[in-house]
Design a protein around this ligand. Structure first.
Ligand code: COA
Length: 269
């Protein structure tokens, strides 16, 4: 049975310049959480967007565009006017194809962030059942299986809290046709690019999984999704006992699609 808990028990990672604390989301974190989303998925180094763009440089369609461009430029050097006009059209067409493809990749990730901000991340407390802070500072632990953990560098002197990572546990409890009361979904994992490989992602996973264990039953299984462009995240999930269970294809345009990979683990295994 779920054990009710009222006191937060933050995990603390000592660090010079302020401890890193794993705690529940507080409404004052919202702006930083939204900023990290776009940094982590679109513009930051090792973001899936940047990885997708880098890999796309070697895709078949890119190679076709390079070839078209090169052939078009060669034709442009001809003395034959028809060949020169065709060469110009071919060069422009190939360049347009290349630019269209790159823009559709960016659009897919920007749209993904916009959709997150318009749906579950529009009101994190409501979506992840995080109780509003009672004393204005400490966010209480949620009573149900859902939750949203942030890793924050808290400085008692300046009373500031810098959010450097987060992870949500979404639980619908059978409320929708496709949701299963025994399954929760880990979502929105991000660690700031300046704080990676310091076990912050692992601490967030451990906090969410410890919380999930306290809610067995009904929880039995945790699911999550990542993409083919997040090899680091995949390693992290596998290290925490998640196994690949299947994939689906997400298409943003006729020229670009990506594989979304689903992982699962039984909470007690
Ligand atoms: C994936 C991410 C959350 C990892 O956070 P993190 O705090 O750096 O992870 P940790 O330090 O806890 O890493 C734990 C282990 O995971 C694996 N790992 C994490 N990042 C990795 C990377 N970039 N490359 C390879 N392995 C990686 C390693 O095995 C690592 O252990 P090690 O450092 O002892 O080798 C972070 O890189 C990130 O935010 N990436 C961009 C957004 C993203 O992909 N989010 C996932 C959404 S599905």
């Amino acid at each position: 049975m779920a054990q009710p808990m009222s006191r937060p028990s933050p995990v603390v990672l000592p660090r010079s310049g302020g401890d890193i604390i794993i705690r529940q989301f507080h409404p004052k974190d919202a702006d930083q959480v939204h900023a990290l989303l776009i940094e982590g998925l679109v513009y930051g180094p090792e973001s899936p967007h940047n990885t997708a763009q880098a890999r796309n440089l070697y895709s078949r369609i890119s190679c076709l565009a390079y070839f078209g461009c090169a052939l078009g430029l060669w034709c442009l050097c001809s003395r034959n006017i028809v060949l020169r006009i065709s060469g110009g059209a071919l060069t422009l067409g190939a360049a347009a194809l290349f630019i269209y493809m790159r823009r559709s990749i960016t659009k897919m990730f920007v749209d993904f962030c916009a959709n997150a901000r318009a749906t579950d991340m529009a009101d994190i407390c409501h979506s992840y059942e995080v109780p509003l802070p009672v004393d204005g500072v400490q966010a209480p632990v949620p009573q149900g299986p859902a939750g949203f953990w942030v890793a924050a560098i808290e400085s008692p002197e300046s009373k500031t809290s810098e959010v450097v990572g987060y992870l949500g546990l979404d639980y619908r409890g059978g409320a929708t046709a496709i949701s299963d009361p025994s399954t929760g979904e880990l979502r929105r994992m991000i660690v700031s690019m300046n704080h990676r490989r310091r076990k912050i992602g692992s601490l967030l996973m451990t906090a969410a999984m410890d919380h999930a264990r306290r809610h067995m039953p009904p929880l039995e299984t945790l699911d999550l999704e990542t993409s083919e462009f997040q090899p680091g995240a995949r390693k992290l999930y596998e290290k925490h006992g998640f196994s690949f269970v299947g994939k689906r294809t997400l298409r943003s345009s006729p020229l670009f699609s990506m594989a979304v990979l689903r992982f699962r683990r039984r909470i007690l295994d």
